[in-house]
Every structure is written in C-alpha cells, then in structure tokens.
Design a protein around this ligand. Structure first.
Ligand code: F6P
Length: 364
C-alpha cells in the first residue's frame, strides 16, 4: 500500500439532480483512497449535510460500498439541487450567505480535500466554497443532460439514453398494433443529447431538439411519407426543452414555486393529430431516466472518474475536473469545464446520421 506523508481524510458529496452511476463513483473513490491509506467521509445531501450541526456524514470504507452499492441507482449519500449557500433561501423569504457555515462544517469533519460529483451549477458553487475555505477540490461530471463542456461523456447520460431507447422499443409494438403516432418526451435541460441518441437508437421517425428549428409542416410531411411508404405507425421523440411555435419554453409550475420543463410532448402531440389526422398518444418519460441501475458504460466511466479523482489529490492537484476525452480520463481546470456549454452540434455526426437515416430533425 502506498502512503503519502500525511494521512488524509477526503470528503465526498453528490450535488444537483441524481442520475445512474453516482454510487459507482463513490465506490471507486473509496477503493482508491483505501489504496493510499486515506479515509473517506460521505457528506449527506450535498451541501445541506454541511449546514447541519452536527454535520451529517457517513464513514465510508470498502466493505460499506462493495456488494450492491455500485448497482444501485440514485445516490447513497442523498443530494440536493436547491439552496445555493451564497444566497440561501431563508424561511422569511430573504436570502443569506451561509458559505462560512459550510466551510465550518468541512472543518468539523476534519477534511482538507473534497470530491464533488455534480453538474455545472454545483461545480461553480463548490469551487467558490473550496477557494474561500482553502479546501482541495476535484470535480466529477455527472448529468443525464451531457451538456457539460469538454468531457465527451458525463456520468448518467448513457443510462438515460438506454432508458429512453427502451421506451421506444416498448412503444413501437403498441404503436404498430393501433396504427398510432407515439410521442415520447425525454429530459434534457437545455440540450437535446438524450433525444438525439435515443431517437437514433430507437428508430424514431422524428426527433425534435431545442437546438434545431422545427415546423408542424415538416413533422407532418415526414409522417405522411411514412404512411405513403406503407407503415402504419410513427415514433416521435421530443426533448423537453424544445420551444413552441411561438418560441416559448413549455414549463409548468411545481409545488415549490419553481418552473420546470414539461408539456412540450402534449403540445406537439396535439399539433400532429390536427395536422395528420393520426391517432396520437404521448408518453412523458421523466425521472425514470435518472433513477434506474447504471448500465455498464456508466459503471465503467464512473469507476474511471472515481479512481482518477483520488489519484489527482494524491498528485497534489486541486481545482480540476476529470473528463472523458479520446478514450481516456483527462483533467482540466473546473473553470474551463463550466465555461463551455455542450449543446448538440447541429452540424455534427449524430445530426448528420439522423438526417441520413431520413429522420426529420428540423427544417434545413
Ligand atoms: O439536469 C438534469 C435534469 O434531469 C433535467 O434533464 C431535468 O429537466 C431536470 O433535471 C429535472 O429536475 P428535477 O429533479 O428538479 O425535477
């Protein structure tokens, strides 16, 4: 066993929306830390656990994280996508800077290094906290949306695509049996990566993305061509961030007062029915894209990221994000990663592939 001069205690947390593969990252980091003789503490519910007194955490060792953990969806640590510590929403409606409480929480835990698993919003917050608190931070990208710049793949994306593809596999026979047009609304805030990959893999006829302009006439023409060719059903995939014809985002207010995407599938389903006379049904896939066991690609990616993150700390590096590039893990400054938004490349291979397959992906 290698041992660095000073024994280390690393904090690890998951932040933002959950996705498949988070537990595989945690497992890998704990294994690699054990290799160096370091302790790992899992902070519960992201930064929320650090605001609590006593701090909410769990000691992690290889026995705790082996067995079922890697196979489980969600995160064994819990997570939150609310409560920016620099503008924390208080009960009286005011906002308070609680960053010092979080740093105090990290001190209480006795950690000088933190592995944060999150998307761009979480990374921006964790980076600021680490800077103020003098904590070494390594970030690991996760998001089903796969919209974090530089990394070709974020943890959770591959599994979300697999779920959406399976949904299309299940919609196809029922669509054919009833001669229907099936619309599947998938997640993606604000990029259409899930829709594009799942649409190609699942044999969709139409894929609507927020990155490309679409029209009812274009969608209807495709469905007419399908029918004219002798097929009695069609599959349409719509990314949740696609805009209405008036250019508005389809959003709904939730019980917490936040407006989130939802409704574009039904909107487009109605328009298709009107324009083509086809019997149309809409499925909104929602959070099943996030909560399932990770597929093998996410397990491998998560394992590679977890090991690499601990190795970076062992090399004395900080303020870096691990990323997947050209079949290997690289590390980049966190600022570079969050400064680059990875929307679907409208001239890229996947859009060209979709068009080459005759899929309607918007007007050219
Ligand atoms: O960013 C991940 C994501 O799953 C988006 O695809 C989706 O729009 C959003 O989170 C849903 O957020 P919530 O979990 O708050 O409903």
């Amino acid at each position: 066993m290698e041992r660095t001069a000073a024994a280390k205690r690393i904090g690890i947390l998951t932040s933002g929306g959950d996705c498949a593969g988070l537990n595989a990252v945690i497992r890998a980091a704990v294994h690699r830390a054990a290799h160096y003789g370091w302790e790992v503490v899992g902070i519960e519910d992201g930064t929320q656990g650090l605001l609590a007194r006593p701090v909410r955490y769990v000691n992690l060792d290889v026995n705790r994280v082996d067995g079922a953990v890697m196979r489980q969806g969600g995160t064994i640590l819990g997570t939150t996508n609310k409560g920016d510590p620099f503008a924390y929403p208080m009960a009286d409606g005011s906002k308070k800077d609680r960053s010092q409480e979080i740093i105090g929480g990290l001190r209480e835990l006795g950690v000088d290094s933190l592995i944060g698993i999150g998307g761009d919003g979480s990374m921006a917050i964790l980076r600021q906290l680490a800077h103020i608190g003098g904590i070494k931070l390594i970030g690991i990208p996760k998001t089903i949306d796969n919209d974090l710049g530089i990394t070709e793949m974020s943890v959770g994306f591959d599994t979300a695509v697999a779920v959406a593809t399976e949904a299309l596999d299940r919609l196809q026979p029922t669509a054919a049996s009833h001669e229907r047009v099936m619309v599947l609304e998938v997640m993606g805030r604000d990029a259409g990566h899930i829709a594009l990959s799942a649409g190609i893999a699942g044999g969709a006829d139409v894929i609507l993305l927020p990155e490309l302009v679409w029209s009812v006439a274009g969608v209807a023409a495709k469905i007419h061509r399908v029918r004219d060719g002798g097929r009695n059903f069609a599959l349409v995939v719509v990314s949740e961030a696609v805009k209405t014809m008036e250019g508005n985002a389809a959003k709904q207010e939730f019980t917490d007062g936040q407006r989130r995407y939802g409704g574009i599938g039904n909107y487009i389903g109605h328009l298709i029915a009107e324009a083509t006379g086809a019997e149309t049904r809409v499925t909104v896939l929602g959070h099943v894209q996030r909560g399932c066991p990770p597929g093998h690609n996410d397990r491998v990616l998560a394992s590679a990221f977890g090991v690499a993150a601990v190795d970076l700390l062992a090399e004395g590096k900080s303020d870096r994000l691990v990323a997947w590039s050209n079949r290997r893990v690289i590390d980049i400054p966190i600022t570079d990663a969050i400064a680059t938004y990875a929307a679907v490349d409208t001239d890229g291979t996947l859009v060209t592939t979709a068009r080459g397959l005759g899929i309607y992906v918007g007007d050219v």
